[in-house]
Write a protein that binds this ligand. Structure first.
Ligand SMILES: [Zn+2]
Length: 418
């Protein structure tokens, strides 16, 4: 892999380098292993990682343009956030107040709040407005160490406005240093005009939206919100099978509120990931395992909704599932854009170990986006997505609550925060 003796960047003297290496999603004891190198260095050339190892040896072997000293700091792969909804117009802090006054998410949704509250705004917004608002939110995530996100549509729910959202994601991907993987989520909710005619909306999804999104190559995945009062299991099956026939791969909002068999359907349709899973059944856990579906847990959503029941992470880890973690960044149920805060919640509320949580926001999150060979770990030949944290050990990351300890961010070999 070493092509020349000159490097663009060397990061030296890290107290710990978290390599997080794995060709496959990490499970069981591997999930507790971060592949730590103490006192190590990393060399970067042409946007890729050229070497990882002993500081002295690397400094002796290579000439370099820029040296970054990571003494008493931890170096990690850039965080991967595999489930976000960052394209919206207005924030919905009024709903936080309603929830504090005792209204449930379901009640807020049934009275025209929730997802529906974001829809009219997105329909009325121009593409430029969506890009302008979205790029600022997404660039802020970069400063907190997240270097790749998955981003969903789903606040338009007409063909035109869903395409507009996906075009906004495409434009932000081009103008920002953030790498963004687009997902079509037209089945996020039934829009007001079809709330009594679900069949008609499903027909539009299948015959208009999905073919148009495919035609314009605007999304890699199709996702669905499969939940009581939203898309039932049989409606979801119909939509997802149509999406698969067009060549979309599947992501899945499953069993967030009720165990209605979402995980089982995610397994049946060979989804790449099943997300939320707070209410997953034992049978659902087994189905995910058998089908090789990666569970993405979103503890910040549970926290933000003020609920006490979190997804059964330990049970899933014991069953051999490769957990990934994500923020679920969105304007309603979870206005959280920090994977650092998510690791704190994963440890404190779901009893994951710090190493498990860090693997879950790096290498396993990368595998959940089918990019485990390119990002999510620090190894020779991978994309140079590297962050330096001003922390003494990796265990410190979940321990320091609500702080941004990321000091430097490098994306594809470019220093974007130093
Ligand atoms: Zn979501």
């Amino acid at each position: 892999m070493i092509k020349n003796k000159h490097l663009d960047i060397i990061i030296k003297n890290a107290s710990q380098i978290v390599t997080a290496t794995s060709n496959i999603p990490k499970t069981g004891s591997a999930l507790q292993n971060l592949g730590i190198i103490e006192g190590g260095a990393i060399g970067i050339a042409d946007g890729m990682i050229s070497c990882v190892g002993n500081t002295e040896e690397i400094l002796k072997t290579f000439t370099v343009d820029t040296i970054m000293d990571a003494s008493q700091k931890v170096v990690m792969p850039g965080f991967v956030d595999p489930h976000t909804h960052p394209i919206f117009v207005k924030t919905r802090e009024n709903e936080l107040e309603m929830r504090l006054q005792g209204k449930s998410y379901k009640e807020i949704s049934q009275t025209g709040g929730g997802i529906r509250a974001s829809i009219q705004d997105v329909r009325n917004a121009s593409l430029e407005e969506l890009v302008d608002l979205g790029v600022r939110r997404i660039n802020k995530m970069l400063t907190m160490g997240t270097t790749t996100i998955e981003a969903k549509s789903g606040y338009g729910l007409t063909t035109e406005s869903e395409i507009k959202m996906l075009n906004a994601i495409k434009m932000i991907n081009e103008m920002s240093d953030m790498e963004i993987i687009p997902t079509f989520l037209g089945a996020h909710e039934y829009p007001e005009e079809y709330k009594d005619d679900h069949e008609k909306y499903i027909e539009i999804l299948i015959n208009e939206m999905l073919p148009e999104v495919k035609e314009q190559s605007l999304a890699e995945y199709c996702d669905i919100f499969c939940e009581e009062h939203v898309f039932t299991v049989s409606e979801s099956r119909k939509i997802l099978n149509a999406a698969k026939e067009l060549g979309f791969k599947i992501r899945f909002h499953a069993d967030e509120l009720e165990p209605i068999g979402g995980a089982e359907l995610a397994a049946e349709v060979n989804a790449v990931s099943a997300d939320h899973l707070v209410a997953i059944s034992d049978k659902g856990i087994q189905s995910l395992k058998e089908a090789g579906v990666i569970p993405i847990l979103l503890p910040a959503t549970t926290f933000s909704l003020g609920l006490s029941k979190y997804a059964p992470a330990r049970k899933m880890i014991d069953a051999g599932l490769p957990i990934a973690l994500s923020t679920d960044f969105n304007p309603g149920s979870c206005n959280c854009d920090s994977q650092q805060f998510v690791t704190s919640l994963a440890c404190l509320q779901m009893k994951m170990l710090p190493a498990e949580a860090i693997n879950a926001i790096t290498i396993n999150a990368a595998h959940s986006l089918e990019r485990g060979k390119l990002i999510g770990s620090l190894e020779v030949g991978k994309q140079a997505d590297v962050i330096i944290l001003d922390i003494p050990t990796y265990q410190y990351l979940p321990y320091h609550l609500g702080s941004n300890t990321v000091e430097s961010v490098i994306k594809k070999g470019k220093i974007i925060k130093s």
